[in-house]
Design a protein around this ligand. Structure first.
Ligand code: AKG
Ligand code: FE2
Length: 295
């Protein structure tokens, strides 16, 4: 049996910050790819890369129609992969959209999408998770501050920080309708959170974060050091962000829905092992165990 060292302890008795022990950009300097060298450097420094138009208007329209179809399908609503808002009972998230839908499967395979993930991670990649966060208007809830990697490491068993997400806007992300916020540079520190992971934590945490939540003191210090950047953009724009960025988003009380599709790519050289700090693995629709590379 091989044991893998836990480089990023979390969910212990106290909150602990440790420096990142992994590269941010894994490809060799100058390796070919769709991201220009200066933008890749900015990604390394800031932890994110914003793209004004990743997909065109026709593709956006196709994705929007497909999302409407999914939301109207009773089989989707009844599926455990659909997460419902506690108050309004509207669908909040749909997981594994790249498996439920051919349209989103094609989006994942698109070279503009997977090509950038390969370039950042320096290898073939597979999808660790995909989801659409629907965030309808009139009060859809937000996502409290977190590092995705903290959860993926503690609860899904990703050993290293070698994963990247892209958030593609399917509706305009205004400065008012609950867009993504990131603390630039926060990806270079790992914040191990205090508190043990309860069994079935994911059921609650998909509606509201609890275990894996940073303290007010840590968030105050990080926001003071890094500031907070809000990402806006029209439908078809995208934000790439490193797996360890401290990020979150506010509720959406405007009438304007904010629907974004999130795709998480992990390196095939960083496949999931057993959770580092949770009694059981999360279900595969949240943390994949099929490591087939995207082709
Ligand atoms: O939808 C958002 O604004 C943030 C979602 C997020 O951070 C997540 O799904 O992990
Ligand atoms: Fe997140």
């Amino acid at each position: 049996m091989t044991t893998i060292t836990d480089l990023y302890p979390s969910r212990g008795p106290a909150e602990v910050a440790v420096p990142r022990r992994d590269p941010v950009v894994w490809s060799a300097p100058g390796a070919p790819g769709p991201i220009a060298a200066d933008r890749l450097e900015a990604f390394e420094r800031d932890g994110f890369l914003a793209i004004d138009q990743l997909i065109g208007d026709d593709e956006v329209a196709l994705c929007q129609r497909e999302l409407e179809r999914l939301l109207a399908d009773p089989a989707v609503r009844a599926d455990e992969r659909a997460i419902v808002e506690p108050k309004s009972e509207e669908i909040r998230s749909v997981f594994e959209v790249h498996r439920i839908s051919e349209v989103f499967a094609n989006l994942v395979r698109d070279e503009r999408v997977v090509g950038r993930a390969r370039q950042i991670l320096g290898s073939d990649v597979y999808v660790h998770q995909s989801r659409i966060n629907v965030k309808p208007g009139f009060g859809a809830g937000g996502f409290y501050w977190h590092s995705d990697f903290e959860t993926w490491h503690a609860e899904d068993g990703l050993p290293n920080m070698r994963a990247v997400s892209v958030s593609i806007a399917l509706t305009e992300n205004h400065d008012t309708n609950g867009g993504l916020m990131i603390m630039p540079g926060s990806h270079r520190t790992f914040l191990g959170c205090a508190g043990a992971t309860p069994e079935d934590n994911y059921k609650k945490s998909l509606q509201m974060q609890d275990a894996g939540t940073p303290s007010d003191e840590a968030l105050t210090a990080m926001a003071g050091e890094y500031g907070i950047k809000l990402f806006t953009g029209r439908a078809g724009s995208a934000t790439w962000f490193d797996c360890n960025c401290m990020h979150g988003s506010s509720e959406n009380i405007t009438p304007f829905p904010r629907s974004n599709v999130f795709i998480v790519f992990n390196s095939v050289e960083n496949t999931a092992v057993e959770p580092f700090a949770a009694p059981v693995r999360r279900p595969e629709f949240i943390g994949a165990r099929d490591f087939t590379p995207v082709r």
